[in-house]
Design a protein around this ligand. Structure first.
Ligand code: NAD
Length: 422
């Protein structure tokens, strides 16, 4: 099949390369010329384990361009552009609208399937995308072109595995022909298909992310309480997670959730609720716990280090989680911001994410290794669960104060150690 991917970011790249690996011809369209050049040079524009190898293996079936005309040749167009938050937390659909306007120019006489893969609020496909496409093309959705909503659930860092081995594939089909085509396209993955309406598919995505975020904030709230009680939250959650009704996933207490999805999606659903006159109280609390959580680490640090002014603080881990270079909404951002406000001297290290963080914070010493960041430090904050942080040389520090936000430090002898919730 000829597939066109609009937006070559984390979701678009992984989607396109995995479909190419299945024998489809894939063309990426992105407004970012640098990304396009990189793809054409067979160098992935984002870091994702195994992506480079798969891109190279399928080079004969992959190309990238900034020109939308290539859509004219496509059988299926996947829309994978970003849907970030506005200042007030509501969803910013400007990239989606712009991409849809461009798609509209190339939906002509041949039937095509347009698939919305970006995370969009319930009602967007039927209430915004379809009317816009029909107006631009003068054609009828479901008759002259197909349309479906197909949310993505991959985890960054494990994205290729997740895309190829999903728990389920959700197809929010507007019409029968697009349902059949998507079913055929996804058949090789052998995953259960869940076919529903576009609006329900949109809501599945928000409900999943909101529930996972809720589990994390719940584990953090209970963890904060357990710390006061002197009870080990990891011991508690191990037993809690053995209940099959609950499951053990997303019960790790720590510095909170970040990334490109959970915070923005929870904010978007809260804002949508407000707009419709419904106050999402539970989800507001989920966000509140998450905002406070990383700053607790500063409080714990001050307890052992005193005033932070002029103190050298090592921040280990800048990406929002291990195995990615993505720093969007990383919990290290509010922590570094606070350290800067307190006039601390910051030495930071991350195996992959330093270049991205340099774009936000200039006055941070970015170190070549964890050892360099720790050398002569008065305190250390562990923000990301990179495996290499389980064995660090804290002996290099001036004073071995370690505040662990990810329950990763294994050797604790001789340290002034505090876990955020344990
Ligand atoms: P991203 O920011 O990494 O990538 C978006 C890409 O779209 C960028 O390369 C950008 O240049 C491009 N773009 C923007 N406007 C364009 C236009 N008009 N035409 C062509 N290209 C355009 O975003 P992402 O993380 O891949 O997320 C994409 C969507 O998928 C979002 O809605 C997100 O919520 C959702 N999602 C993300 C993840 C994830 O883990 N990152 C997982 C599931 C769902």
């Amino acid at each position: 099949m000829k597939i066109c991917i609009i937006g070559a970011g984390y979701v678009g790249m992984v989607t396109g390369v995995c479909f190419a690996d299945g024998g489809n011809d894939v063309t990426f369209v992105d407004i970012d010329g640098e990304k396009v050049d990189k793809i054409n040079r067979l160098s992935p524009p984002i870091y994702e384990d195994g992506l480079g190898e798969m891109l190279n293996r399928n080079s004969s079936r992959i190309r990238a361009t900034t020109e939308y005309e290539v859509m004219a040749e496509a059988d299926v167009i996947f829309l994978c552009v970003g849907t970030p938050s506005n200042e007030d937390g509501s969803i910013n659909l400007s990239y989606v609208r712009e991409a849809v306007r461009n798609i509209g120019r190339y939906v002509r006489d041949e039937w095509k399937l347009i698939v919305i893969k970006s995370t969009v609020l319930p009602g967007t496909t039927e209430g915004i995308v379809i009317p816009l496409l029909e107006k631009l093309t003068g054609k009828k959705a479901g008759r002259d072109f197909g349309i479906s909503m197909n949310p993505e659930f991959l985890r960054e860092g494990k994205a290729i595995y997740d895309f190829k081995h999903p728990d389920r594939i959700v197809i929010g089909a507007y019409d029968k022909k697009s349902r059949e085509l998507l079913t055929m396209l996804y058949e090789p993955f052998g995953a259960p298909l869940f076919v529903t309406t576009p609006t329900a598919a949109e809501m599945v995505k928000y409900s999943s992310n909101a529930l996972l975020a809720t589990k994390i904030s719940f584990a953090n709230e209970v963890g904060n309480f357990c710390k006061k009680l002197g009870v080990d939250i990891y011991e508690v959650m191990k037993a809690v997670g053995m209940d099959h009704r609950i499951s053990s996933y997303f019960l790790n207490s720590g510095a909170g959730f970040g990334g490109s999805c959970f915070p923005k999606d929870v904010r978007a659903i809260i804002a949508a609720g407000n707009e419709m006159g419904y106050d999402m109280r539970l989800l507001r609390s989920v966000m509140e716990v998450n905002e406070e959580q990383p700053l607790r680490m500063i409080g714990l640090l001050e307890k052992h280090v005193g005033m932070l002014e002029g103190k050298r603080i090592a921040v280990l881990g800048l990406s929002f989680k291990a195995e990615t270079d993505d720093i969007r909404e990383s919990r290290s951002i509010p922590v570094i911001k606070k350290l800067v406000e307190e006039h601390a001297i910051i030495s930071a290290y991350d195996p992959l994410a330093m270049e991205n963080m340099k774009e936000i914070f200039e006055n941070v010493e970015y170190c070549k290794s964890a050892d360099d960041a720790l050398r002569n430090a008065d305190g250390c904050l562990i923000m990301t669960d990179w495996t290499e942080f389980s064995h660090l040389n804290f002996g290099l520090m001036k004073k071995p104060v370690v505040i662990d936000g990810r329950h990763i430090v294994e050797e604790r002898e001789g340290l002034i150690y505090e876990g955020i919730c344990w």
